[in-house]
Design a protein around this ligand. Structure first.
Ligand code: ZN
Length: 269
């Protein structure tokens, strides 16, 4: 009989900890066990094997909860530092209306870029979204950033050229809380950097040099950059500089042209 091997003795130490008695009990799952009657609890203790299983399940649930919480917090942090403008935040490929063949083609290419981001990332392969305003370039870039941040450990950051210049210049201020090197580092470090509004204003030498420093810094680290511009491909070198364009094209850089009429113009007055 198993009960023979179960001790119902209460020793001195147990007694000091409040154990009054032990009684033989039966667990449907684990058989007989010594149920402890204690001064500290109203009911005699249950099956220790069951308790262990419950504890293990609870630990696993706790771990999963912590993991989920961390993952959510990390995604929130990533989304927060991505600084995608409100208008485009959370934009998905599914929300992009593609009717014309060129729209469908560019949508498919951007979707594929996001789907295969780890491969593009390893090759440092850049993406250029060029052409007419109001054709959804920023929407597609935001959708790439959103998917990449959600589905991989990668980080993505969105900045306009104006925002970048302001940020870099901000480091020259005597009261600045970051150095120029730190400013550049935050733009070189993300797995993906989206630079919007390239060529929106007449470029200065400072602008060209700044953008080259960032694009080249990322090129050297094999980190892809997405460039968005209302210019056509042939206009880009004059504005961005030949050297930057070379870097963007290297490693099989993908250029997509958006040359249909603006959706905003159609909807607008
Ligand atoms: Zn049990």
């Amino acid at each position: 009989m198993r009960s023979n091997s179960i001790s119902l003795q209460v020793d001195d130490l147990e007694r000091r900890f409040g154990v009054v008695a032990k009684q033989l009990a039966q667990c449907a799952e684990h058989g007989e066990f010594a149920s402890i009657v204690s001064r500290h609890s109203e009911k005699p203790s249950g099956c220790p094997a069951c308790a262990e299983i419950r504890q293990r399940e609870q630990d696993q649930a706790d771990q999963l909860a912590v993991h989920t919480k961390n993952a959510t917090a990390m995604l929130q942090r990533k989304l927060g530092s991505a600084m995608v403008p409100k208008r485009f935040a959370g934009k998905t490929f599914g929300q992009y209306s593609a009717v014309l063949p060129a729209q469908k083609r560019n949508l498919a290419k951007c979707q594929s870029y996001a789907d295969n981001f780890s491969e593009h990332s390893q090759a440092g392969r850049c993406l250029l979204l060029l052409g007419k305003p109001g054709t959804g370039k920023t929407h597609l870039a935001a959708a790439i950033a959103w998917q990449v941040m959600q589905c991989t450990a990668a980080t993505a950051v969105y900045r306009t050229v104006g925002g970048i210049l302001q940020y870099i210049k901000g480091s020259y201020d005597s009261s600045a809380e970051y150095t120029e090197a730190e400013a550049f580092a935050t733009l070189v470090k993300p797995s993906l950097l989206i630079i919007d509004e390239v060529g929106a204003t007449k470029p200065t030498e400072f602008e060209q040099a700044t953008l080259f420093a960032i694009i080249n810094g990322r090129y050297e680290e094999l980190r892809p950059t997405v460039v968005i511009s209302n210019l056509m491909p042939e206009e880009l070198p004059a504005v961005l500089g030949e050297r930057s364009v070379d870097r963007l094209r290297e490693g099989g850089g993908i250029g997509l042209v958006f040359d249909w009429a603006s959706a905003r113009a159609e909807v607008g007055a």
